[in-house]
Design a protein around this ligand. Structure first.
Ligand code: NDP
Length: 458
């Protein structure tokens, strides 16, 4: 029998890779992991975690104003971006250290450096060759930016977390998760924000009511949302500011201090030697894998964003755990990714699980829609003109709830619980039979008595 240095060598110390390494080691395998930046990956270092901290920071702007409706006198406020970034950095350093310590505690050999694949059972790292029975690619993704003139003046989500100062005027390009999240963050912290999206409405793929509702609320908060517009070029002016030329119906020039590109992400597979080792990649460079995370080379596997499927941390974690169990556990396991809930930490936030109205109609033919828009109790005294949207999509024939969507405070917290009910096959009658929790926004989901509409596909 061939003896390898390790039974599993993981390339990439993000959510998926770390989970796979720890579980494999717990199952008795000899495991090593290599990371070329900082342990924790995109989510911990420059994604979910620092983003959510910045969302909290931004929300204080509204909280101070709203407090006055509740009898508080709020003294003049001042915000320090460097202080926020320093506090965020401290927390990220703590978390990254925790990731590394947990690996060591799980008896995984932790390495630093850019590893690459030499062949089906060999990786190269820092000038050495290391053999492994299995290799796991968990290298995540990286921001994609279109090559337009002046793109070198733009930043991405990689840089935005470490800017030395908060830019006064920002143009954000894109209409996806990162674009709307940073529009809310930067606007809340005091920047003048313009979001420029090439399509007809932000958040393509989300429920249309959700998209329209968020867009309206963003505009109410002072964000300029430009639709059907794209960037032709970016020029740097002598004073250091940027001039952005937009194409589209109302072609115009915008003077800003920063341009943030949030135009999607691509799998991190460059310089990994995968194609040379015979691993099939898709058009975007993602590793093509089967339901068990195995690539076209049987000893090479992949999980998470690098597979170019659902780019969400909890999904990568599930895939990592399933892969480790498949390789070293009692029997093969594939990650169950039915009804994956998702949140967009925009302001207000979005929580969503299950099918959109359009998807449900296409799949089920006849659906009942229940929808409510209301003002949260908090805003009766704050006076803020912010509305919450809740929406349920129900299969007319079986009465199963197919999708639940919300735009409003705490949407992520509320939808996580509903995801359990929907995954278990709850019907509208189950929702109706559940006693409301009063007073809350969440209770709207169990008090939606009147059907808004019934729709049939053509
Ligand atoms: P998204 O895929 O969500 O959005 C990309 C946006 O950029 C779309 O609006 C897209 O437009 C636009 N776009 C793409 N290419 C171009 C181009 N060449 N010119 C102009 N616009 C373009 O990507 P993000 O970068 O926002 O986020 C990446 C992924 O990370 C998300 O899809 C999500 O999976 C994950 N993520 C999850 C978060 C969460 O769970 N809260 C937070 C942040 C990221 P169009 O719609 O027309 O294609």
């Amino acid at each position: 029998m061939t003896s390898y240095d390790y039974q599993l060598f993981v390339i990439g110390g993000g959510s998926g890779g770390v989970r796979a390494a720890r579980i494999a080691s717990g199952l008795g395998a000899r495991v090593a992991i290599a990371e070329n930046f900082r342990y924790g990956g995109t989510c911990v270092i420059r994604g979910c975690v620092p983003k959510k901290l910045l969302v909290y920071a931004a929300h204080f702007a509204e909280d101070f104003v709203d407090a006055q409706g509740f009898g508080w006198t709020v003294p003049p406020r001042e915000f320090s971006w460097p202080a926020l970034i320093a506090a965020k950095d401290k927390e990220i350093t703590r978390l990254s250290g925790l990731y590394e310590n947990n690996l060591v505690g799980s008896k995984v050999t932790v390495m630093h450096g850019a590893a690459s694949v030499v062949d089906a059972h060999t990786v190269a790292l820092n000038g050495q060759h290391i053999s492994a029975e299995h290799i796991l690619i968990a290298t995540g993704g990286t921001p994609f930016v279109p090559q337009i003139p002046g793109i070198e003046h733009a930043i991405t989500s990689n840089e935005v977390f470490d800017l030395p100062q908060l830019p006064r005027r920002v143009l954000i390009v894109g209409g996806g998760y990162i674009a709307v999240e940073f529009a809310g963050i930067l606007n809340g912290l005091g920047a003048q924000v313009t979001l420029c999206y090439r399509g007809e409405q932000v958040l393509r793929g989300f429920d249309d009511d959700v998209r329209a509702h968020l867009s309206e609320e963003m505009v109410k908060k002072g964000i300029a949302v430009l639709l059907h517009q794209d960037v032709a070029r970016i020029d740097k002016r002598t004073d250091g500011s940027l001039s952005v030329a937009l194409t589209g119906a109302q072609a115009s020039n915008h003077a800003v201090d920063a341009v943030l590109y949030a135009t999607g992400r691509v799998p991190n597979t460059e310089s990994l030697g995968l194609a040379e080792a015979g691993v099939v990649l898709d058009q975007a460079g993602g590793v093509v894998v089967n339901a068990f995370g195995q690539s076209s080379v049987p000893s090479i596997h992949a999980v998470g964003d690098v597979t170019n499927r659902i780019a969400l941390t909890p999904v990568a974690i599930r895939e990592g755990a399933a892969l480790a169990t498949t390789l070293f556990g009692p029997s093969p396991v594939s990650a169950d990714l039915t009804t994956v809930p998702s949140a967009v930490f925009s302001q207000p936030p979005i929580g969503t699980v299950g099918l959109t109205e359009a998807q449900a109609l296409a799949k089920h033919g006849e659906i009942d829609i229940y929808r409510s828009k209301f003002r949260n109790m908090r805003h009766t005294l704050s006076g803020r003109d912010e509305r919450t949207l809740v929406k349920l999509i129900v299969d007319s024939a079986s009465q199963r709830v197919l999708g639940a969507h919300m735009v409003g405070a705490d949407a992520a917290e509320i939808i996580q619980g509903l995801a359990i009910a929907i995954r278990m096959g709850a019907t509208k009658a189950d929702f109706d039979a559940t006693v409301a929790l009063h007073p809350s926004a969440a209770e709207e989901f169990v008090t939606l008595r009147e059907k808004t509409t019934r729709k049939k596909s053509d």
